[in-house]
Design a protein around this ligand. Structure first.
Ligand SMILES: Nc1nc2c(ncn2[C@@H]2O[C@H](COP(=O)(O)OP(=O)(O)OP(=O)(O)O)[C@@H](O)[C@H]2O)c(=O)[nH]1
Ligand SMILES: [Mg+2]
Length: 374
């Protein structure tokens, strides 16, 4: 994975990229002289850490798939991290195929974002069922918050129980918190000085970063897989602060009559087309305003107010986003389901009465029905 410009300077301890001191505009650049300062981080990592800069350079996805596939030929424990806020969007399709016979521990991160009253046992059962439906055989499921240090002892326990002296690969979609979780492990269990680079933007880690363990084995951070079905991959970076929640979700309950519409900023629209009056509970970042209107007014409202009252995205960002497509759902009577809009959140329908729902979301963004998480 070394590019042709790389010097024999080794790799960046923050993101794993091969270091070079010739081309400031290319990945892995370190100014001459600084490459001797330990631990070495590339200019991009330095800027992300110190100026909260974004970087739009990400890894070639084919390379990533090859890298993931190589795990199958090694003896390893695979720690797969998923983001509870975008569970369906952040699952790795076909992970089982990539990792072969190796054991998988599924770590469900960002649990701090769930409403405070959430029942963890119910969530573990829910994850178990989802994993099974996706054909994922996991040795253990652990809920945690790497950032807020919740449930971390359970993560450590699960890793210790299943590792059996093997290397540990931490894998997952971008931005699920892989590097944050490993940093916590480093802080708590080693006296290493280096730290992995983390950021609020997807695509931070660029290559494998191997961190030595006391027993001669390694824990390996990997770049996140990019799924363009996640809104967070295609939304302008400036909107991610709003889209990605930074505190526990506050369920917003709407009692709707049929032919009413909810707008989620200007990013998606939820039409309750038919069915008896019922409640819909929205779980979105609190920075995304919800507007209720009549279905017959919805097109016009969007025409007039997209990018202004219906924002984010703001007007100047609208053209760069894919146009909306419609997703139809017929919710049977008695169902207890969510409609997930990857990267925006989800709407829970108690289904007492059955409903026909239409979700409008940018083309390509994953919109799916699932059993209720909460
Ligand atoms: N709310 C919350 N945010 C978290 C948690 N863990 C990580 N984050 C945040 O998620 C963002 C991404 O974290 P990273 O550790 O860089 O994620 P990553 O999976 O390594 O991302 P890539 O390197 O891009 O694949 C950062 O803004 C973190 O602060 C958590 O437990 N809760
Ligand atoms: Mg990372």
């Amino acid at each position: 994975m070394t590019d042709s410009l790389s010097d024999p300077l080794g790799t960046c301890t923050g993101c794993g990229v091969a270091l070079q001191s010739r081309e400031p505009e290319l990945l892995g650049y370190v100014p001459v002289g600084t490459a001797d300062v330990r631990p070495v981080v590339c200019q991009r990592c330095y800027r992300i850490r110190n100026y909260n800069e974004t970087s739009s350079i990400t890894m070639d996805q084919e390379q990533f798939r090859r890298l993931l596939g190589s795990i199958a030929h090694r003896q390893a424990l695979v720690v797969n991290i998923v983001d509870i806020f975008d569970f369906d969007g952040s699952l790795i399709n076909g992970l089982q195929r990539y990792v072969g016979q190796n054991t998988i521990v599924l770590v469900v991160n960002k649990i701090d974002l769930l409403p405070k009253v959430s029942n963890w046992n119910k969530i573990v059962n829910w994850v178990q069922r989802q994993a099974k439906e996706h054909g994922l055989r996991v040795a253990e499921i652990v809920l945690c918050s790497a950032k807020k240090n919740i449930g971390f002892d359970r993560v450590v326990h699960a890793i210790a129980a299943h590792r059996q002296g093997r290397d540990i690969y931490v894998v997952g979609a971008t931005n699920v918190g892989k590097s944050t979780l490993i940093n916590r492990l480093i802080r708590d269990f080693s006296d290493l000085q280096s730290e992995l680079t983390t950021s609020q933007y997807p695509g931070t880690t660029l290559d494998l970063v191997k961190i030595p363990l006391d027993d001669g084995k390694q824990i390996i951070d990997t770049p996140g897989i990019v799924y363009t079905h996640r809104l967070t991959e295609i939304a302008p970076k400036s909107d991610l602060k709003k889209l990605i929640p930074d505190r526990p979700l506050k369920p917003m309950v709407y009692q709707l009559n049929d032919k009413q519409t909810l707008f989620f900023g200007g990013y998606a629209r939820f039409d309750f087309v038919s069915g008896a009056r019922q409640s819909f509970t929205c779980y979105l970042s609190q920075a995304i305003p919800i507007h209720r209107t009549k279905l017959e007014r919805a097109d016009e409202l969007y025409e007039e107010h997209a990018g202004e009252m219906l924002a984010p995205p703001v007007k100047s960002e609208l053209d760069a986003l894919p146009h909306w497509v419609k997703h139809h759902f017929h919710i049977p009577k008695g169902a207890d389901d969510d409609v997930l809009i990857s990267g925006i959140g989800w709407v829970h329908m108690n289904g007492k009465a059955g409903a026909h729902i239409v979700v409008h979301a940018p083309k390509g963004v994953k919109v799916a029905m699932r059993r209720a998480l909460i």
